[in-house]
Design a protein around this ligand. Structure first.
Ligand code: GTP
Ligand code: MG
Length: 199
């Protein structure tokens, strides 16, 4: 998959305001600060097409980026960020769940998980929710440049073992780093394959 064009289209507060389109889209979700916006930039080879920050809570809307004039990448706000008021938290939760449930052209949700951490309850709950609602997804382990290979492997294995208690099959997963571009080709190939099955 070669990325020839990547254009920011619109930020939407609600799935109803998202672009009306038949083009398939792939969304990035995960805890605040896990590296969603950075990974999007890494995939499209652009430094700051999506806005990133060292502080959690940077992305607050549904952001559509049109790729090669044929499909979308979508950068979403994070979940599980403690320093947000209860009201805002429930608004974001509704924004995200409505988007996942009702966005018809959603081809795959990439759920990003911090490879440095043991399985976080908020991530496990979210993955379960995706499964229960039959929303297609894959997992991307992020920031692998920041810790040892052993710890990354251990955390991934622990998550998979935990998931196996509830799931019949383990979802597809990728190991990534926005810093050294690890996983970029694999993720783009995965998207390419899904696009081929749709078109
Ligand atoms: P929100 O929009 O707040 O939910 O965060 P996000 O998930 O979009 O995270 P973002 O891409 O803004 O990255 C958060 C911080 O982590 C930034 O300081 C990034 O530079 C850093 N970061 C993201 N991915 C990586 C990575 O793969 N390696 C390293 N070393 N740092 C990363
Ligand atoms: Mg972001």
């Amino acid at each position: 998959m070669v990325i020839k064009e990547a254009d920011f289209i619109i930020s939407s507060p609600d799935f109803r305001k998202c672009p009306i389109t038949k083009f398939p889209e792939f969304a990035f979700v995960g805890r605040s600060n896990v590296g969603k916006s950075s990974l999007l930039n890494c995939l499209v080879n652009r430094k700051s097409l999506a806005k990133t920050s060292i502080r959690p809570g940077k992305t607050q809307l549904i952001n559509h980026f049109l790729i090669n004039r044929q499909w979308y990448l979508v950068d979403l706000p994070g979940y599980g960020w403690a320093k947000v008021s209860k009201k805002l938290k429930s608004q974001w939760k509704k924004m995200l769940s409505d988007y996942f449930l009702y966005r018809d052209n959603l081809a795959c949700v990439f759920t990003l998980i911090d490879s440095r951490l043991k399985p976080q309850p908020v991530d496990l709950t979210f993955l379960k929710w995706l499964g229960e609602n039959k929303i297609p997804f894959a997992i991307i382990f992020t920031k692998t440049d920041k810790v040892s290979k052993n710890l990354v492997n251990f955390n991934i294995l622990t998550l998979k073992k935990t998931m196996m208690k509830d799931w019949e099959e383990i979802p597809d997963s990728f190991i990534s780093s926005a810093k050294d571009k690890r996983g970029r080709e694999e993720i783009l190939d995965y998207i390419d394959n899904i696009l081929r099955t749709i078109q």
